[in-house]
Design a binder for this molecule. Sequence first.
Ligand SMILES: O=C(O)C1=C[C@@H](OP(=O)(O)O)[C@@H](O)[C@H](O)C1
Ligand SMILES: C=C(OP(=O)(O)O)C(=O)O
Length: 432
Amino acid sequence: MSENVTIVPSTLEGTVRAPPSKSYTHRAILAAGYADGATVRDALWSADTRATARAVSLFGGAVDRAEDGTLEVTGFDGRPEVPADVIDCDNSGTTMRLVTAAAALADGISVLTGDESLRSRPQGPLLDAIAALGGEAASTRGNGQAPLVVTGPIASGEVSIPGDVSSQYITALLMAGAVTDEGIDVVLETELKSAPYVDVTLEVLSDFGVDAQETADGFSVDGGQSYRRAGGEYAVPGDFSSISYPLAAGAIAGEAGVRIEGANPSAQGDTAIVEIVDRMGADVDWDREAGVIDVSSASLSGIEVSVEDTPDLLPTIATLGAVADGETHITNAEHVRYKETDRVSAMAEELGKMGVETTEERDSLTIHGSDSSLEGATVSGRGDHRIIMSLALAGLVADGETTIEGTEHVDVSFPGFFDALSGLGVDLTAAE
Ligand SMILES: O=C(O)C1=C[C@@H](OP(=O)(O)O)[C@@H](O)[C@H](O)C1
Ligand SMILES: C=C(OP(=O)(O)O)C(=O)O
């Protein structure tokens, strides 16, 4: 059932807890699957992470969720079974990439699909890599997009792959490579974008006893390794992509102050959002040891910011730019076009409906904050969680009411998003 949310301009005050990291949760569930199991505490339970849990079950493992949200993962111990059904990755790019490489270890055929958005995203470089490792991997439509048919098992070896489409290909190959006989060397053909996500992978691999490393021309993982979580338990840190929304909300409408808990430092590149709102002029203080960020609003100024390492921040920064004085120039953004939607265009067009002037280029988005009026309007969430949340932020300070269509999709990464906004005093109503 499609849901719309209408937001009335509001000021925010109070405390909100960061949801757990989507990236760490995917990796922890799959790493526990590659192991003989583990307990994953503080896991994000959202549409995307449920898709990864389903895949682990289809490989012969199991994921049971206790009442307190803790996941008890039973692993498939490095040897995924041929799935008894199609693997539906739903809306999750991370699931599709990481699970495609895992499926290539199984001795047989796996079929992967997803929703319309996921079936339009690029998988070709990963399919080529699997073929280079002796497996077979086909896009049923021959266009490099899902549905995918993957036949394993792959062997060890060296593969070259572009670095500027998705870092998830590299994560996928490193995670699978550890349980091949002799490992996988990944040689990057082009410069790596979204690099911090590979750092997150290396951290989780190391937490599960697997060695992988950066090399002169890419990354490599030795084969013959076993995943094992010492102590059997893994705890997921807070999600900085999700934190970007209450943080930006506080920066634009939090006169009395917003506090975000669960903001502990980790390898996530999106921690850069703290520095970004600071550079724009918000009053922000991050107590790293306590994992607490305090933010309050101030008049914001436009900045230039590269999203090379932090693609998921683009929608949030675009809204901040719409509120700020001057120009906000978001650069190195081409890979942001390969997400749930083309987020460069989606933000330009939807903010445009609210009176925001933008200039879009293939690799950048400029928001002309000073020339923009920010008026309430009916906007489309585009079925994309980050577009929905970013447009909701714009609604906090627009002139008049803003209605965002299709808001149920926040379930992909931040299921309690609108409750969190309400809890901070935002005047909003949801309707089916
Ligand atoms: O590995 C991950 O957890 C992710 C990697 C990034 O994708 P790309 O590497 O495709 O840019 C990011 O946009 C996505 O939300 C999560
Ligand atoms: C792009 C995203 O995720 P995924 O690639 O897993 O769909 C996201 O969460 O913004």
